[in-house]
Design a protein around this ligand. Structure first.
Ligand SMILES: Nc1ncnc2c1ncn2[C@@H]1O[C@H](COP(=O)(O)OP(=O)(O)OP(=O)(O)O)[C@@H](O)[C@H]1O
Length: 348
């Protein structure tokens, strides 16, 4: 459906996007995730045809729509864009907003399609209202209905949830995913919020300073990050100063971690490394000889996130424990390391 081949985007001499390649299949929902200024919006604008590229090419349904000095106009790309502020026309009713992109359709087909997408987004009863009479969440759904109405090949969404309440965002992200999937519509969403990315996307690209670090599903980003940046940006955790001993095992403040030699690819015996420990790698275990002390805690309902110190180590670790194991700051309890995935980086 969509492929970007090694694209660069420049603003004068500044290289804002540097050699990015991604591909999205028909019906897939992709997401570009990264901190402010990493180039997400620039990529979205280039796909929409609002921005030119200085290297590489962009293909839609296998047709090249952008390459240096060649730009197919946005209206010829069969793409719809949902903007951050929804950009609904304030003087038009909801149904007129949705019908706006259908002016070439026959009247009966147009009316039927407006009805259809309003049902799809769960708002069949608000067709006659005006945008200012809607809640933020309803405006978001109308904006999505308007984008979906012409049956575009691809929908682009730029920070679609940023103006909504935190509680609403997660719910809406899941709903929007279901709505897009119900019509097998492909979409690419831009966000800096990983929970939104996890809730909406099949595949996520993590960007930093114009470069794509990883294009993968949420599980792989969390458990098999390819760079220290991805490991740090996605999810929480700590990088424990560790060392590979002469037997090829990892020594750290939690003891010795036995490692299958095949997993030491590229690392040498005796090398200093940083070992990624996620909060879910540390288990509460009353019978363990490793005793940790609570430095900080944050109650999260079913679980408590503990920050723990260990004897003889200046580093702290995180532990996500079931909340019936309730300990105050200063108290100690036993923990066990249960590393499902070994993620390590050469010490910089
Ligand atoms: N028109 C422009 N002229 C010059 N520099 C620009 C222009 N648009 C964006 N940039 C720069 O390019 C870089 C990428 O910007 P972009 O808006 O794509 O980032 P972003 O990841 O979407 O950020 P945010 O999350 O803050 O919207 C930034 O350093 C930005 O300052």
């Amino acid at each position: 459906m969509l492929s970007l081949h090694n694209i660069d985007i420049r603003y004068g001499n500044f290289l804002a996007v540097d050699g990015v390649s991604i591909a999205l299949n028909n019906g897939e929902i992709g997401c570009l995730l990264g901190p402010s200024g990493c180039g997400k919006t620039s990529i979205l604008r280039a796909i929409a045809g609002f921005e030119s590229i200085s290297n590489g090419q962009i293909k839609l349904r296998n047709e090249t729509v952008s390459k240096p000095k060649h730009l197919i106009a946005p209206e010829k790309r069969h793409i719809s864009v949902v903007f951050q502020d929804f950009a609904l026309f304030p003087h038009m009713s909801v149904s007129d907003n949705i019908a706006f992109g259908l002016h070439k359709w026959k009247k009966a087909a147009r009316i039927a399609r407006v009805d259809e997408v309003l049902k799809l987004v769960g708002l069949p009863h608000i067709a006659k209202r005006f945008p200012h009479e809607l809640s933020g969440g309803q405006q978001q759904r109308v904006a999505l209905a308007r984008a979906m109405a012409p049956k575009p090949d691809l929908i682009l969404m730029d920070e679609p949830f940023s103006s909504l309440d935190a509680e609403l965002r997660d719910e809406l992200a899941k709903d929007i995913r279901n709505i897009l999937k119900s019509e097998n519509t492909s979409a690419l969403v831009v966000t800096h919020d990983q929970n939104e990315a996890f809730a909406i996307a099949d595949i996520i690209g993590v960007l930093r300073e114009g470069q794509l670090h990883q294009w993968d599903d949420a599980y792989a980003l969390y458990h098999k990050p390819v760079s220290r940046f991805v490991a740090d940006f996605v999810g929480s955790g700590v990088f424990l100063n560790s060392r590979i001993d002469q037997d090829g095992n990892i020594e750290c403040c939690l003891g010795k971690v036995k490692v299958d030699p095949s997993r030491l690819n590229g690392f040498k015996r005796g090398q200093e490394i940083e070992l990624l420990i996620r909060p879910d790698d540390i288990e509460y275990d009353e019978s363990s000889p490793i005793i940790a002390t609570v430095v900080r805690r944050s109650f999260r309902g079913a679980q408590i996130m503990y920050e723990l110190s260990l004897p003889g180590s200046a580093q702290t670790i995180l532990c996500l424990a079931p909340s019936h194991n309730d300990h105050a700051v200063g108290e100690s309890f036993g923990i066990r390391l249960d590393l499902a995935h070994l993620v390590m980086f050469a010490k910089s």
